[in-house]
Ligand binder design. Structure first.
Ligand SMILES: *Cc1c(COP(=O)(O)O)cnc(C)c1O
Length: 871
């Protein structure tokens, strides 16, 4: 139904309340009946409606300024939601605007830009990609995100639009979404879930030819779950959102899509079934024919199962054949650096919900559950394992996290050494136009060229920041800091007054906040590993830093803790308490309800962004990247993206090496280092001014940051990397696999079947070391080595035999020094002789091992067919 109709229906449903409840009484009390008067947009202003329904305005400053001009007060009151704005502005005001030729020409300009944007952009020439994520951070009015994972997905879709990538997003539309954070007088977090009226947010119903919602359904035990489809327009990219809050669903099922990361594990499983299985059904229902499927985190891993099932049904393939098709076209991005962070469901729960599903795959129940396990003994079904099993491409979200992911996922590939695993990385980035302040955008256009930001992938362009005069840069920094301080004063005093904070305290804090002081920001989820407490280990030293009369410093904190995370909430409380102590008033501030708008203000306005995670638990982190676009210097542990981003004289880093096993000692050391860097470097450079009161060295740091760090961390670069490393090569292979009625998929599956049938019976006949490897060898000598193997019917070119040499050290896992391939010397029937003339080149002590593996040119890499035999 169209949202307007939905509204009317609500009005009809609402029983008009009558006050005459006592039959004998006269009608001598007021009688109220409800009416709703909807705003009416004059025809001439209708482009506004169209613009409001496409999130393009999120990253277009002129469009937002246009909305703000219509009615600034309403614009602020509705948290910058143009759908609500157009609903609430008076007809009189619209009539005025209609006659305001200045406004009309501004509107026409914005509308023209919008139409032009939709038509004319450079085109990456990508395949059609379906992108799945549990959350998307696009705008605060769309409460379908909680933190970094969602922000990344939202930025990525915007970039897909900018680069004209043929992408469709799939997610869930939550009735309450994630919570708004309020703090009470004691600094305790209260989580408020607000009901979202879907007609008041920038989502559009997806209707069929009868003007009814398009719906899909999936099977739950003994019943079906129905969901309707909404659509968000993000430039030229569509995001489809499933909503199960429907009367035809069982009462308990209507709430499946109520909360993001709410409820128990059972609800999580129900949500993930809807996202994965329902998501594929939604794409099918709307006629999408995606070529590549991108699974953002394990939550959506059921997409692989649903695709396998529907391919089996539609094309009459068997499971192994369908799996080839699905794997070739799927990429799985993992975001979690610890095993416990990966979603998994206990066998009993999983069986209850999925027992009705597995026979669609043609597997036995045992085979089916093994898709989510590393060994049959495990009693949980792991969504990341499922995603790995059904994806050809697997990646982490920074270089370091790519390596960490190998450790996390290696139980799936016991025959391989960790470093060999085909788990790559694409470092996360942020959407330039969303996060960069308009003042900077203007400078960039002026100096980087009018084509910017379309030319952002040419890193040399960014070097032109060195041509910008220092005064200009300093002017922007001051403007942005002042804007932030004013914004915080407003947001802060409102919330403090609401919770009855002592007026004297409020005044003192507001007075002390200083738009000229060195301002440090720290805002993120309050999860323990992010170590928000680190700065507070030595309060005396901290007090000296912030209260230095010549070089004052102020810290602004923000962030939510998950409602179930008591430790995170305690930490927030602790910081709030400290911020009220006399010596920290107006020096340390906790601003409540970290959201996209606050993030933007903070990242553009603070001078330094502080990040103190326990390495290597920050998979990437993106907030600091938003800062560097704006000349906000980054100070962080060398973790996640900062390992790749840090450069001397372009920010600060805490050393990478962990000195202590005991976390408390490590924390103490890190805290000392942080204080030291603030005392000796950051404050010194910031307050070291020339005659014009300009901190010349600081500006150098800013220029270095913008020239050398920022360009590498845009979603533009990220999209290009995904394209080069995954989408494009996978499309080539997937196309071949599907051609001629899946000829290659069938051959590949049949070959794998053949190999796996005989693999265990393959027999080593002899291993001749008489002239070959000895314990003592010399560099420069040749040592021939022969192995005779009965391949049990496999051809000699269907297997490879290799020698792997590793360091003989204490390192676990051992590092590979070199790998040598054996050659086939001769075959007698099925018994083949493999030969290697081994030439040791490095002196030292090593280990070696021999490994037999199935060989086929059609495999993208060895690990694609997870069979190896160590001799
Ligand atoms: C960028 C952003 C995040 C993620 O920041 P991290 O550095 O990855 O912790 C979370 N919330 C909001 C509102 C953001 O804008």
């Amino acid at each position: 139904m169209h949202p307007d109709k939905e509204n009317k229906k609500q009005i009809l449903d609402m029983k008009t309340e009558k006050a005459n409840s006592y039959p004998n009484q006269q009608n001598n009390t007021p009688v109220w009946k409800k009416i709703i008067v909807k705003s009416h947009l004059p025809e001439k202003l209708s482009p506004l409606r169209e613009i409001s329904k496409n999130l393009w305005w999120v990253w277009n400053t002129e469009a937002r300024e246009l909305f703000s001009f219509i009615d600034n007060e309403t614009w602020e009151a509705c948290d910058h939601n143009p759908v609500v704005l157009l609903d609430q502005v008076s007809y009189k005001r619209f009539k005025e605007l209609e006659k305001d030729s200045g406004f009309i020409s501004r509107m026409d300009k914005v509308y023209g830009d919008f139409r032009q944007y939709l038509e004319e952009r450079k085109n990456l020439g990508s395949p059609q990609i379906a992108y799945f994520s549990m959350e998307y951070g696009l705008h605060d009015s769309l409460k379908i995100y909680s933190g970094g994972l969602g922000m990344l997905a939202g930025d990525y879709l915007k970039e897909a639009s900018d680069m004209k990538v043929n992408m469709v997003g799939v997610g869930l539309l939550y009735r309450y979404g994630y919570f708004k954070q309020a703090l009470n007088l004691h600094g305790e977090q209260m989580a408020n879930y607000e009901f979202q009226n879907f007609s008041k947010i920038p989502v559009n119903p997806v209707l069929n030819e009868n003007n009814e919602f398009v719906k899909i359904s999936i099977d739950y035990p003994g019943r079906q779950l129905f969901a309707k489809i909404w659509q968000v327009n993000i430039g030229s990219v569509k995001l489809l959102l499933l909503d199960a809050d429907l009367p035809e669903n069982q009462e308990g099922d209507r709430s499946v899509t109520h909360h993001l990361y709410g409820g128990n594990n059972e609800n999580r499983l129900k949500q993930e079934m809807l996202l994965g299985i329902g998501g594929i059904k939604a794409l099918n229902a709307l006629g999408y024919n995606s070529e590549i499927y991108h699974c953002n985190e394990g939550h959506a891993a059921f997409i692989g199962l649903e695709r396998v099932s529907s391919i089996i049904e539609k094309y009459k393939l068997n499971f192994s054949e369908a799996k080839e098709v699905v794997r070739a076209s799927t990429i799985f991005t993992t975001h979690t650096p610890v095993p416990a962070g990966h979603d998994s469901f206990h066998d009993d729960l999983f069986k209850y919900y999925m027992e009705g599903y597995y026979n669609k795959t043609g597997l036995s129940w045992e085979e089916f559950t093994l898709l989510g396990k590393a060994t049959p003994e495990e009693d949980h079904f792991n969504m990341s394992y499922l995603a790995c099993n059904l994806s050809q491409g697997i990646n982490g979200v920074s270089k370091l996290h790519g390596d960490v992911s190998k450790t996390v996922l290696k139980p799936l590939y016991p025959g391989f050494l960790e470093e060999e695993l085909e788990i790559g990385y694409v470092t996360n980035g942020v959407h330039y136009s969303t996060w960069t302040a308009q003042e900077w955008k203007n400078i960039h256009k002026e100096y980087f060229g009018p084509e910017f930001p379309q030319t952002q992938l040419d890193f040399d362009v960014w070097d032109k920041i060195y041509r910008v005069p220092d005064e200009k840069i300093w002017e922007i920094r001051k403007t942005l800091r002042t804007r932030l301080i004013n914004y915080i004063k407003e947001r802060f005093s409102d919330s403090w007054i609401k919770r009855n904070e002592n007026p004297q305290l409020v005044t003192e804090v507001l007075d002390k906040l200083d738009p000229n002081a060195l301002t440090i920001g720290f805002a993120r989820r309050f999860a323990t590993y992010k170590r928000g407490y680190l700065l507070f280990r030595n309060l005396e030293r901290l007090s000296k830093i912030v209260n230095n009369p010549e070089k004052p410093v102020q810290f602004i904190f923000a962030g939510k803790a998950h409602p179930a995370d008591k430790a995170g909430q305690e930490l927030i409380k602790h910081i709030v308490e400290i911020s009220k102590r006399p010596e920290f008033r107006g020096k340390i501030l906790f601003v409540q309800n970290y959201d996209i708008n606050l993030a933007k203000m903070l990242l553009q306005g603070v001078d330094v962004w502080l990040n103190t995670p326990t390495r290597p638990l920050e998979a990437s982190g993106t907030s600091g990247q938003k800062g560097v676009m704006n000349g906000t210097l980054h100070f962080s542990v060398l973790d996640g993206w900062w390992v790749e981003g840090y450069q001397e004289n372009a920010g600060w880093a805490l050393p990478a090496e962990r000195a202590y096993d005991v976390q408390d000692f490590q924390d103490e050391l890190d805290a000392q280092t942080i204080y030291g860097i603030f005392e000796d470097e950051i404050t010194r450079i910031f307050y070291d001014r020339n005659e014009e009161d300009i901190p010349v060295e600081w500006i150098d740091y800013i220029k270095n940051t913008i020239a050398q760090v920022a360009p590498k961390f845009t979603t533009g670069r990220m999209m290009q990397d995904y394209h080069d490393r995954y989408y494009k090569p996978q499309l080539t292979r997937a196309t071949s696999i599907n051609n001629e009625n899946f000829k290659w998929a069938k051959e590949m599956a049949a070959w794998k079947q053949k190999v796996s049938t005989v693999w265990d019976s393959i027999e080593i006949k002899s291993s001749d070391t008489s002239n070959g490897i000895k314990e003592n060898m010399k560099v420069g000598q040749e040592y021939p080595f022969r192995v005779e193997i009965d391949l049990k019917g496999l051809l000699s070119n269907e297997v490879g035999l290799e020698m792997i040499i590793t360091e003989n050290g204490t390192e676990d896992p051992p590092r590979i020094v070199e790998t040598f391939n054996f050659e086939v010397e001769e075959c007698n029937g099925s018994v083949c002789c493999f030969k290697l003339n081994f030439h040791p080149v490095h002196p030292g002590s090593f280990n070696y091992g021999l490994r037999l593996y199935p060989k086929n040119e059609g495999l993208p890499h060895k690990q694609d067919f997870n069979y190896v035999k160590w001799l």
